[in-house]
Write a protein that binds this ligand. Structure first.
Ligand SMILES: [Zn+2]
Length: 677
């Protein structure tokens, strides 16, 4: 992917790199995919109405505990260090008494070369794979509850890993029964690393993410879902209310999660104090810089949008606001309204580009290369829509990104692909320009090419830490998921649209699992789609259809003895027309319906449909003209079909071969073949 970014960049493939530039992971204990069959997890613990956070029309248990963070933080912009203090009010919303809590101290991933994050081997060449020039860390300076010191009894490192300090067990002095509440008082210091894996500083630019001690996710059954920070993994947490006061130098602008409810000079006139608040989100991040210019706009959907871009880059702001406006409407129509009043877009400066291309609640960071206008690559549009689409999958559905990254990154990639393709049909990835010699490229072709490289390497529905390389992770989680959903959508657009709408509505704030997604497909598109998804996601099954053979001859009267053996019928006279046989095979494990086009010498053609069941399918041909060619899937519905070279068979060479590849598919595939490591 690193090479894609650099080499492929100039010809528009950098957006692959932009998206899959996730922190990398390490090959460890392989988690088994979740068994399918179970629907949503069992009933969740409910809580009284007065504790609920957010929209009363939504079931209160969806918000997990009445969790709230009230934090105050001061940025030392010279040392790139934050001093924080505040309270976390936590309620045991599980059905089981709790004797401990788990804290994620994820900034410690950048503390030294021995952390789980830094010693990962899975991401050579992957963005985030390089070492920070300056190391970062987070220290808990105090953690108390009711005046009692909890930090003294806390573990000092991640479970069974002396070198890692990102996943910390904190015993509670008294057990907390279901429904019981604790207020933690805390103080901490966060030293930002130089920009690495979407966090850190570059010059006076500060992207402040993973910056506070954060509670892991308490599951309804009383277990804690907690993880060291792995390179390929992202996050998982309970929904919460955040009230964050940020103290920065007075000439700094702050882009942060949530609504700004205060912006004042500090007691020190050289300081500026901004306060942000937001409910029903599961993280909080901010950017602070003295080099931003601000652009405000109201989306058609009513959301107040704010773009912060480097001074002088107002074109970027206009482009990103326009794309976000379109995205809020389009994604809202597909996956339910965006429920927050604000959206902030942060475009980092070039030297901090590794802090770009990331999603946080109501805050997205973008990025984009200089060559875009010259070659017509839609990188900036793509990254804007991609990070925005995360607001639904990462944000509102909030699946476990560590265990099931495809539910976020994969569905987000498909949502991006569809949103852009609906807006710029056929040119959604690469608009073309004079300099690009008329080359255009669409996102489905790009996703297909990215997925085909790794098809069958592994199942898609793996835990982030289980992928052996960044290439597998990116190709499978992002592109194979998107290619699967796009294939099913091409076969049954209405059913798959309904399935995704129902999945998004039923599990909003609900932390859905793979079985929920597959169940929605079964309910709304049917068992074939659900089974295809299950096989591709959980069993690393592949899709491949092939024309085995094809022939036709002049139709002759049948040879042999019929009836009276003493009066033989005339031998083998032409009876007019042509007859023949076509054999099509299903080589992959996945059953999908496929269209078979029979092309005749006279230029006419005929289409048949095969349900794809069984290992092969025989068609008896009977027509006025000889068979010229057989083309499988002539409309490119089966984007998952990973070998397109066997989709055509013809009598005379090279007449229709091009038809098996869409123009764009061919280009994307060829480019990736040449450029990818
Ligand atoms: Zn993403």
């Amino acid at each position: 992917v690193g090479r894609w970014l650099e080499v492929g960049g100039g010809i528009g493939l950098a957006l692959l790199g932009t998206w899959i530039a996730r922190p990398g992971g390490e090959p460890e204990a392989v988690a088994q995919p979740e068994p399918i069959g179970a629907r949503a997890p069992g009933p969740r613990v409910t809580e009284e109405g007065d504790r609920r956070v957010g929209d009363a029309s939504l079931p209160p248990e969806r918000f997990g505990s009445a969790l709230s963070y009230r934090l105050k933080v001061r940025l030392d912009a010279v040392e790139h260090r934050l001093k924080g203090e505040g309270t976390i009010t936590w309620r045991n919303h599980s059905s089981v008494e709790q004797r401990e809590v788990w804290l994620h101290l994820y900034l410690n991933a950048f503390k030294n070369e021995r952390t789980v994050f830094m010693r990962s081997t899975a991401t050579r060449g992957f963005r985030g794979g390089k070492k920070p020039e300056q190391w970062g860390y987070i220290t808990v300076d105090a953690l108390t509850a009711g005046g009692e010191d909890l930090w003294a009894g806390a573990e000092r490192h991640s479970p069974r890993d002396e070198a890692d300090e990102t996943d910390i067990r904190v015993p509670l002095p008294q057990p907390v029964p279901p429904g019981g509440e604790v207020t933690f008082e805390l103080a901490w210091t966060a030293q930002l690393p130089s920009v690495v894996a979407r966090t850190g500083f570059s010059g006076s630019y500060h992207m402040v993410a993973q910056w506070f001690p954060k509670l892991a996710k308490l599951e309804p059954d009383g277990s804690w879902a907690h993880f060291p920070f792995h390179r390929l993994s992202e996050f998982y947490a309970d929904f919460a209310r955040y009230d964050v006061t940020i103290d920065v130098p007075t000439d700094f602008m702050v882009g942060a999660s949530g609504e700004r409810i205060g912006d004042e000079r500090g007691d020190d006139p050289a300081r500026r104090v901004v306060r942000h608040r937001i409910d029903r989100v599961h993280d909080f991040a901010f950017a602070a810089w003295d080099g931003f210019e601000e652009h405000l706009s109201t989306a058609d959907s009513g959301v107040a949008m704010r773009a912060l871009v480097p001074i002088g880059e107002s074109d970027l702001a206009e482009l990103e606001l326009d794309e976000a406006n379109n995205g809020l409407t389009a994604l809202g129509a597909r996956f339910g309204d965006y429920p927050y009043p604000v959206l902030t877009i942060v475009h980092p400066p070039r030297e901090a580009r590794e802090a770009g291309g990331m999603e946080y609640p109501t805050l997205i960071t973008t990025g984009g290369p200089w060559y875009r206008p010259l070659f017509g690559a839609r990188n900036i549009e793509s990254v804007t829509v991609h990070e925005l689409a995360h607001q639904w999958f990462y944000g509102l559905l909030a699946s476990n990104e560590h265990e099931h990254p495809f539910l976020d990154e994969g569905l987000t990639t498909w949502a991006t692909l569809r949103t852009l393709e609906d807006r710029y049909p056929g040119r959604s990835a690469f608009a073309g320009s004079r300099w690009a010699l008329g080359l255009t490229l669409d996102h489905p072709a790009l996703a297909r090419a990215g997925a085909a490289r790794v098809a069958g390497n592994d199942a898609v529905a793996r835990s982030a830490r289980a992928f052996v390389s960044g290439k597998d992770y990116g190709g499978l989680v992002y592109f194979r998921t998107a290619t699967l959903v796009e294939t099913l959508h091409r076969l049954d657009p209405d059913g798959v649209d309904r399935a995704l709408a129902a999945y998004s509505a039923a599990h909003r704030f609900g932390h859905p699992r793979p079985s929920d997604f597959i169940a929605a497909l079964a309910d709304h598109s049917g068992p074939v789609a659900a089974e295809a998804a299950r096989k591709v996601l959980l069993e690393r099954a592949t899709v491949d259809f092939a024309v085995d053979s094809m022939w036709s001859d002049e139709a002759k009267a049948p040879l042999g003895i019929f009836g009276d053996p003493y009066k033989p019928n005339p031998a083998s006279d032409s009876v007019g027309g042509h007859e023949g046989v076509v054999i099509v095979r299903r080589l992959g494990e996945v059953v999908l319906p496929i269209v078979i086009e029979l092309q005749r010498e006279d230029g006419s053609s005929q289409r048949l449909k095969w349900d794809g069941r069984g290992p092969h399918h025989t068609i008896r041909y009977d027509g006025a003209s000889p068979l010229a060619a057989v083309v499988l899937d002539p409309d490119h519905q089966l984007l998952l079909d990973h070998d397109l070279s066997n989709n055509v068979r013809q009598r005379a060479p090279s007449r229709v071969a091009w038809r098996t590849w869409s123009h764009a598919s061919f280009i994307a595939h060829a480019l990736i073949g040449v450029l990818a490591p």
